[in-house]
Design a binder for this molecule. Sequence first.
Ligand SMILES: NC(=O)c1ccc[n+]([C@@H]2O[C@H](COP(=O)([O-])OP(=O)(O)OC[C@H]3O[C@@H](n4cnc5c(N)ncnc54)[C@H](OP(=O)(O)O)[C@@H]3O)[C@@H](O)[C@H]2O)c1
Length: 199
Amino acid sequence: MSQSPFLIIGATGTNGRSVVDSLEKKNIPVRALVRNRDAARRVFSTSVELVEGDLTQPESLRRAFSGVDKAFVVTAVQPNTVELFKNVYAAAREANVSQLVKFSGLGASASSPSEIMREHGASDDLLRESGVPFTIIRPNSFHQNMLWQAQSVAQTDQFYLPLADAAQSTIDVRDIADIVVNIMIEDGHVGKSYGSDRS
Ligand SMILES: NC(=O)c1ccc[n+]([C@@H]2O[C@H](COP(=O)([O-])OP(=O)(O)OC[C@H]3O[C@@H](n4cnc5c(N)ncnc54)[C@H](OP(=O)(O)O)[C@@H]3O)[C@@H](O)[C@H]2O)c1
């Protein structure tokens, strides 16, 4: 029997693309949820199955989850993030998946002073209560964020971060992707949240 595909939501983004690459290197079949199939076809190899869908459209998520056993979701920060995650949890529950890996962030907590981390905290809590077998990862800042400073470095030889005297660790998204894939193929990660709820 052929292996059911791993569904990757947010596949065209910084982390999603890395997760797809990492899965492909292990010859694991990938289904990518994308908003524009033609644009995505230019990005991914033909071995990646593309399914058009949108987190705002529950019916498209139901289609994407059909026949899927394991899934990963990352999405961009946007005003209705909690509702979008709820749509994913409902589709995952209906499909009876054995694992949904949710991308959160270091310090995610419903009581965080940061709005983004409050939204992650609230959506992480909803996932834990949803009945869907889950794993939550809360990475710290990405190395790749440094590229936002490329123009400043090129033009002024200056590098700015809004951190004052704070220290900050970073992680390469390719390392996060390898961690995500290991979490999906190894036993023992369901019901776990990795990374602190304090920043
Ligand atoms: N920046 C950091 O240092 C940091 C650290 C820890 C955690 N995080 C978290 O990381 C996440 C962002 O990750 P990223 O940088 O990999 O994201 P990204 O590059 O912005 O990619 C977002 C992905 O979500 C998709 N998407 C957005 N809205 C959608 C919708 N309505 N329906 C379907 N797909 C949708 C995008 O598709 P399209 O290509 O169609 O737009 C894209 O594939 C956020 O949750 C953030 O809080 C960030």
